[in-house]
Write a protein that binds this ligand. Structure first.
Ligand SMILES: *Cc1c(COP(=O)(O)O)cnc(C)c1O
Length: 423
């Protein structure tokens, strides 16, 4: 394609889209599995998957079939009616989250909306001195006003003050948690791994301690698993690693393979807080989106893609570590939510070099790379990733330097005669 064509879409974007986003990296036209192509037919290995959204990769036949069938049957009906896909998904989420028979499910259309519902849930646990909502510094919970109030990034909130009142942000340490959780707190909001911040793990034992303290003081423990949920970290939900259940969990990104959907699932007594008429959404839980989610979750179950996320995540971390690049100072996250800490603040440059090498990874900030490949990846995609990532590292001047253990020792016999006699 000519440069003129490229200029045209960039111009249109710059003239017509709201100035909320940076310049797009490419104009993508189609995808298949873990690969996508741009308008020049350049191929990319997609290790971001629409930010942990395309769980099954692109154009997965199971999702295509389910959506096609549902849109040709019944796409939307309003909240005055229920549908089979909606009921099936609610039951499935109660089972997969561990909420069980006492659980309840609210459907909406995005992560932010799920957290808005959770914020209202927290207000329903507010009475007398119990008014505070606690969240973490550097957390991300979405861009709408309630979700933004929860978000621990002052720069994001500043232009939109005043925020809904009552949210306090604390350091991500067990000491700060112990000093804050008491009878004045209505809810504690946590991301089990801070995705947007660059895939930052919580300290060891944090979730278990958070569960103890919140239970002791009547505080709702609300986990934002919008990015970590639905198998992404090698468990259906990340809190399984801690052996706990929350009072509520918000779910969105990976649930329907790219069809907008969000959900708030409540556990136990938290299921009795919302009453009729207190919340709602026109599109939320419609048969099209819920049929898509049933197809995606069914495929994840049938193919054990949760187990695949755990195994492929470990494999990727091992192979990245073995590259031994001086640029990669830290490997974070669980399963297929992987963060790389860089020894120099050149994440944008590295992500751009990766694009050149045919690899999509995300510069979450200047010294962190975030990766969230589709849960379907196999050896082929892992190998392609290592090849292209190695090229990107070399392009920014930090080539891989495989560990000496992998190099044939100098003392090893090298002549054919010696080698033969040794064997
Ligand atoms: C993406 C994300 C959100 C916001 O979801 P949207 O669908 O963009 O509104 C909230 N919390 C976490 C942890 C996220 O990763």
């Amino acid at each position: 394609m000519s440069i003129e064509t490229t200029t045209t879409w960039v111009d249109t974007f710059n003239e017509s889209l709201m100035r909320t986003m940076g310049q797009p990296l490419a104009l993508l036209t189609h995808g298949r599995g873990a690969f996508v192509w741009d308008e020049n037919e350049k191929e990319y290995l997609d290790f971001l998957a629409g930010i942990a959204v395309n769980s099954l990769g692109h154009a997965h036949p199971v999702l295509v079939e389910a959506l096609t069938r549902q849109v040709g049957t019944l796409a939307h009906v309003s909240n005055y009616f229920s549908t089979r896909p909606q009921l099936e998904l609610a039951e499935r989420l109660k089972r997969l989250t561990g909420a069980g028979p006492a659980g309840r499910v609210y459907f909406c259309n995005s992560g932010a909306e799920a957290n808005e519902a959770a914020f209202k849930l927290a207000r329903l646990n507010s009475s007398g001195p119990r008014t505070k909502i606690v969240a973490l510094k550097n957390s991300f919970h979405g861009r709408t006003m309630g979700a933004l109030a929860l978000t621990g990034k002052p720069d994001m909130r500043a232009p939109f003050e005043p925020m809904p009142a009552g949210v306090v942000h604390i350091d991500s340490t067990i000491e700060a948690l112990e000093a804050t959780i008491d009878g004045t707190v209505a809810a504690l909001f946590l991301e089990p791994i801070k995705g947007e911040a660059g895939v930052i793990d919580l300290p060891a034992g944090y979730l278990a301690r958070a569960r103890e303290l919140t239970e002791q003081h009547g505080v709702l423990l609300i986990l934002d698993e919008i990015q970590t949920g639905v198998g992404r970290t090698g468990r259906w939900f990340n809190y399984e690693y801690a052996g706990i259940l929350p009072d509520a969990v918000t779910i969105a990104k990976g649930m329907a393979g790219g069809v907008p959907i969000g959900s708030l699932v409540t556990f136990g007594w938290a299921s009795d807080l919302f009453q009729r008429g207190m919340h709602g959404s026109t599109f939320g839980g419609n048969p099209l989106a819920t049929a898509a989610a049933n197809a995606v979750l069914g495929e994840i179950e049938d193919r054990d893609l949760v187990g695949n996320a755990e195994r492929r995540g470990a494999q990727l971390k091992e192979r990245i570590a073995a590259l031994n690049s001086p640029l990669v100072s830290d490997i974070r996250g669980q399963g297929l939510l992987i963060g790389l800490g860089l020894s120099e603040p050149i994440a944008l440059k590295l992500a751009a070099a990766a694009m050149d090498a045919g690899l999509i990874i995300n510069a979450a900030n200047e010294s962190s790379i975030r990766m969230a490949p589709p849960l379907i990846i196999r050896d082929l995609e892992v190998d392609a990733f290592i090849t292209r990532f190695t090229a990107a590292l070399a392009a920014v001047g930090y080539p891989a330097a495989p560990a000496p253990a992998l190099v044939v020792p100098a003392t090893t016999p090298t002549t054919p005669t010696d080698a033969e006699s040794a064997s």
